[in-house]
Design a protein around this ligand. Structure first.
Ligand SMILES: [Zn+2]
Length: 287
C-alpha cells in the first residue's frame, strides 16, 4: 500500500481543540474552539492508525455507547485528525465553487440534486457565514483571520472549498459524523461476516452482504501525473472523508496484510497474514 500512495497531495488541516455547539435549527455541530491552534499534517504518514481510530468510533456507535461518550470520542478524533471535510466530499466535484450551483449525487444527508452555493454553505457554517461573493462562476471569499489566510495559502493549488473547510466557523453535524463512522465500521464488519459465511457457503447471505456494501461513497479521489525525476502519479484527496474511505477499501482488500475485525472481540486490526482472524493471542485462546 505504501507504494500505491507514495505520492499524494493529501495534507489536511486540524485545530488543537474542538467543541460541540447547538445551532439555531437544533442540530449539534463540532467546530474548533476560539483559541485552538491550527496545524497541517499528512494523514498518509500513518494510515493504519487513522483508519483503525475511525473504525473504533464506528464500533462504539454499534455498541450504543451513551451520547456523551460518543461526543467525547469524536471530539478527540477531530483534535487528532481534524474534521472530515464533508463539504468538499459530498458534491459531484470538490471544485463545486467554480460552478453556478452545487450538484449533489445520491447521498444520505442532503436529498436535493442541486443547491445554491450559499444555501449549501449554511449546512457547514450554521453560526457565522463566510464572507463569500459569487458572480456567475467567479467567486471571492475573504477573511482577516491570520490562520485562515495561512490555510488558504498552503492549499492554494487545491479546490477553494478545501481551505474554506478549515475556517474557524466551519462545523460538521453530529448526526452526519455518526453516520459516516458507522458506515465505515459497517463496511469492515460486513467483510468480517462475509468471510465467515463464505466458509459456510451460504449464497443468500453472501448476496445480502454484497448488496449492503454498495453504499454511499461520495465523489472519488482523482489523480494527475507530474513530471518529476520521472513521470509520477499523484493522488488528489480533498477531504479526510475520502482519504479514510479509500484507505479502508484498500486495506480491506489487501492480499498480504489485510485489515480485519477480530473474530472474538471485534477490534479492528492489521492481520500479519491473510488468514489471521484474531487480534491477539488472548482472543485466539478464547475461541
Ligand atoms: Zn480480539
Amino acid at each position: 500500500m505504501r507504494d500505491l500512495f507514495a505520492h499524494t497531495s493529501a495534507h489536511w488541516g486540524r485545530y488543537s481543540e474542538y467543541k460541540w455547539k447547538t445551532a439555531p435549527d437544533g442540530n449539534c455541530y463540532l467546530l474548533p474552539t476560539e483559541k485552538a491552534k491550527p496545524s497541517v499534517y499528512d494523514p498518509m504518514k500513518d494510515p493504519h492508525t487513522l483508519v483503525i481510530d475511525a473504525l473504533e468510533i464506528g464500533m462504539m456507535l454499534f455498541r450504543r455507547e451513551p451520547e456523551a461518550t460518543m461526543k467525547q470520542s469524536i471530539r478527540a478524533f477531530a483534535g487528532k485528525y481534524g474534521l472530515l471535510g464533508i463539504m468538499t466530499a459530498l458534491p459531484t466535484t470538490a471544485e463545486f465553487i467554480d460552478y453556478e450551483k452545487v450538484y449533489l449525487p445520491k447521498n444520505p444527508f442532503l436529498r436535493k440534486e442541486t443547491m445554491e452555493t450559499t444555501e449549501y454553505f449554511r449546512q457547514f457554517f450554521p453560526f457565522i457565514q463566510p464572507d463569500f461573493r459569487k458572480k456567475g462562476v467567479e467567486s471571492v471569499w475573504q477573511t482577516e483571520d491570520k490562520y485562515e489566510i495561512a490555510f488558504a495559502m498552503t492549499f492554494q493549488s487545491d479546490p477553494q472549498a478545501k481551505a474554506m473547510s478549515f475556517m474557524r466557523n466551519y462545523g460538521e453535524r453530529y448526526d452526519w459524523l455518526c453516520k459516516l463512522f458507522k458506515d465505515w465500521a459497517f463496511l469492515a464488519l460486513t467483510t468480517r461476516f462475509y468471510m465467515d459465511d463464505k466458509k459456510r457457503d451460504n449464497p443468500d447471505t453472501l448476496a445480502l452482504y454484497r448488496k449492503g456494501i454498495s453504499a454511499f461513497e461520495g465523489n472519488a479521489p482523482t489523480y494527475h501525473i507530474e513530471l518529476r525525476d520521472k513521470p509520477t502519479l499523484i493522488w488528489d484527496f480533498h477531504s479526510l472523508l475520502l482519504d479514510i474511505r479509500f484507505l479502508l477499501s484498500i486495506m480491506l482488500t489487501d492480499d498480504h496484510t489485510p485489515l480485519r475485525m477480530c473474530r472474538h472481540c471485534y477490534k479492528p486490526f492489521i492481520a500479519s497474514k491473510p488468514d489471521e482472524e484474531y487480534c491477539s493471542e488472548e482472543c485466539r485462546n478464547q475461541k
